[in-house]
Each structure stands twice: as C-alpha cells, then as structure tokens.
Design a protein around this ligand. Sequence first.
Ligand SMILES: [Zn+2]
Length: 164
Amino acid sequence: MNEKSTPGLIFLNKMKSLSDFSFCIGNKRRNGIEPFLITSSVVMIICQRLVRKLCPKCKEPYEVAPEILEEMQFKVKPGEKITFFKPKGCDHCAKTGYKGRIGLYEVMTMSEQLQRAILARQSADVLKKIAIETGLVTLRQAGIRKIRQGITSIEEVLRATKPD
Ligand SMILES: [Zn+2]
C-alpha cells in the first residue's frame, strides 16, 4: 500500500514487539515519512496485542500485593472488590492454565492536538501523553480491563504490554 497517496488511512499495527501507536508514528518518521504526510493521511492507528485467556475450569483466585497493582498502574477504586485469578492447569487446558487467546486493542484516533505535536516533531512519549489526555485507552489499560473481568492474568498483561 502506498501510504503517501492514501488519505484516510487506518493503520493496523500488529507488530510482535511491544510497540504502541506512538512507537508506530515514530517508526514512520524513522522511515523518512514526512510528518505532514502522517497527519494528512492517518485517521486512526489500531494496535493489537494477543494475550492468553485463563482456563475457566481451573483458574484460581488469589491475593495480589498492592505494590504490584500500583506499579502496573492498576487503579482500584475505594470499596471496589476485584477477584484476581492466576493459572493453575488441568486436563481441559493441557496443564497450562490457559485456554485460547483474546486481543487487546489500543485505538488512536487522530486529533488536532496530536496533529500539531506530530508536525512539531514531538517525541513518541509526548505523543502518547497527549493521546492519553484525550481519551486513549492504552494496551496496558486494555489489559487491566481484562484482568478486572477475570479473563486473563496479571503475568500475561505484563508480558504483552509495556508501562504507559
Ligand atoms: Zn485448566
């Protein structure tokens, strides 16, 4: 696909590394694509990361140390009761504790603030900060939602995503 002549481009980032949308934009710049071509063509960047789902037949509830939650920016609301699960292993999951996979998604919609920052050649970190301020759900936060729902484990999310 010729990105330089594709207005309204939705860029699907399925890279295996721990890249997020800001890395993705940085990568385009490193490849010599001019900032104005990024801001004029890209309307959305979707980053996907797969995590393993806990086996529903053997997942085990356990207590998680508050420091671990704090370090991964897992915010527990006052009075909120979350049951955390860890993998165990049974015949249903071939003793792995996991069964199947689910996608985590980071959906970056191009905003005016981001366009300005990209044109000003701001760093990937700055771009990410702006996006979070304007409502971006990062891969890490998407993972935290799946932990909250008991779908995956803390270990899986730490493995598949990087800190915000
Ligand atoms: Zn199992």
